[in-house]
Design a protein around this ligand. Structure first.
Ligand code: FAD
Length: 389
């Protein structure tokens, strides 16, 4: 059932069908329990690793499968149909690996990437801070140069996988750099390092099958080979990873829309208050057609961003457009589908309420709506200036 280089090369569709079977049998029946109990199902991550999915983004030159961004989008969409939390955990994990893949030292790549291909562990990407959020340049966590490394102090919040990860990838101000505009570096830290403390998990309203918490750093030593972007370019390296991950969040948002659509059609087919199913009403089918069209448009934007990413187009605009649009339509879908359930939609009887709670996260995670708008408008504005000038 797992994916190997051979099975991936031979039949892309086959491996996705196998994933669907896994999701239906191992994830779908348990998501409401994980949601109710605010539990991160670590064992599912282990199984996804055993099957080869969790590490499938590792490129071939480092020994991985190097699945295309479009195939990874399919993977995220498939899993998100049944659990948004698991895909959030996967994205948070991957975010921490990407800078090491692209910019890590050979020693760090051997220690982390090569090992991860066979051994299961999770990573956390530590960017957000209580007083920075969208304004990442206000990050206060800092690293001071010492003999053979750096010493880190600070605090991060909303860190995915925080209570379960083995390594942390931390964005911090590098005090060794005098240029105050370009002075961020990334630091890869084993979570069991002296001086690292993790709080207990937040009690979130959605994505409750993912784990999110705060992490504190007090005089944490990081050896030189675990540092990335020591020229001060760390923030751009982090942005690059986030931008790729936004494509996967968009895919997950579409997975949510697909699930909402399916359960709503099913409900309307069985709900009969005029002597025939509600689905027979033209107006209802019209509204569902609007939603279906939006979902398709969102998926096309996502695949467009995926193809551009793989073709080496390094513009941030396609993935921000996908994230902006898919985040919005996930909200539209869950709100409008919930309406179709009438009062039943406001109970825990049907999973539409869970989708409604989960949907909001796609407008906030990895850059709130404002951030995506800022990225897109910067590009449009730049082009207009060129046209006028
Ligand atoms: C489940 C979950 C998992 C997460 N995982 C991670 C993780 O693994 N690693 C990590 O580093 N972070 C993570 N985050 C943090 C997430 O990326 C941030 O919450 C997000 O970027 C928004 O930052 P903020 O919450 O500080 O909002 P703020 O930046 O405080 O923004 C609040 C509101 O103000 C708006 N706004 C901000 N600036 C402006 C402006 N200049 N003009 C107009 N409007 C503005 C925003 O659009 C937003 O609506 C996670 C969050 C959640 C909920």
């Amino acid at each position: 059932m797992g994916i190997t280089k051979k099975s991936y090369n031979q039949d892309n569709q086959y491996i996705l069908e196998e994933l669907k079977k896994f999701v239906k049998s191992e994830i779908a029946p348990y998501e409401t329990t994980w949601d109710k109990e605010n539990t991160f199902p670590l064992d599912i991550s282990k199984q996804l690793h055993r099957l080869g999915w969790l590490q499938s983004f590792i490129p071939t030159h480092l020994g991985g499968l190097g699945l295309s961004t479009s195939t990874l989008c399919q993977m995220y969409k498939t899993i998100a149909q049944e659990s948004r939390g698991i895909t959030t955990s996967m994205a948070g994990n991957m975010l921490a690996f990407l800078p090491i893949i692209k910019h890590g030292s050979k020693k760090l790549q051997d220690k982390i990437i090569k090992r991860y291909l066979n051994d299961f562990f999770l990573m956390s990407f530590c960017f957000t801070e209580p007083d920075s959020g969208s304004n990442v340049f206000n990050i206060k966590t800092n690293a001071n140069k010492v003999d053979k490394g750096f010493v880190l102090n600070g605090k991060k919040c909303f860190v995915t996988n925080a209570n379960y990860s083995e390594y942390l990838l931390v964005v911090a101000v590098n005090k060794d750099i005098t240029n105050s505009k370009n002075n961020f570096s990334l630091f890869c830290i084993p979570k069991n390092s002296k001086g690292v403390k993790v709080a207990s998990a937040y009690n979130k309203i959605g994505h409750r099958s993912s784990n999110t918490s705060e992490i504190f750093f007090e005089d944490v030593f990081v050896p030189l080979e675990n540092c990335i972007g020591l020229d001060g370019n760390g923030i751009n390296i982090a942005f690059d990873s986030i931008q790729r991950s936004r494509i996967f969040l968009s895919s997950s948002a579409i997975g949510l829309c697909e699930k909402a659509f399916d359960i709503t059609c099913n409900y309307l087919e069985n709900r009969s208050i005029y002597g025939k199913p509600l689905l027979s009403k033209e107006q209802i089918r019209g509204k569902l057609s609007d939603l279906y069209t939006k979902k398709h448009a969102g998926w096309l934007l996502t695949l467009d961003a995926a193809e551009k990413w793989d073709s080496g187009d390094n513009s941030f605009v396609p993935s921000s457009m996908a994230k902006l649009y898919c985040g919005n339509i996930a909200m539209d879908f869950s709100r409008e589908c919930m309406e179709f359930f009438g009062a039943w939609g406001l109970t825990k009887e049907y999973p539409i309420e869970l989708l409604y709670r989960d949907a909001k996260f796609y407008e906030i995670l990895e850059g709130a709506t404002f951030v995506q708008q800022a990225i897109i408008s910067k590009e449009i504005f730049r082009k207009k200036i060129k046209l006028v000038g």
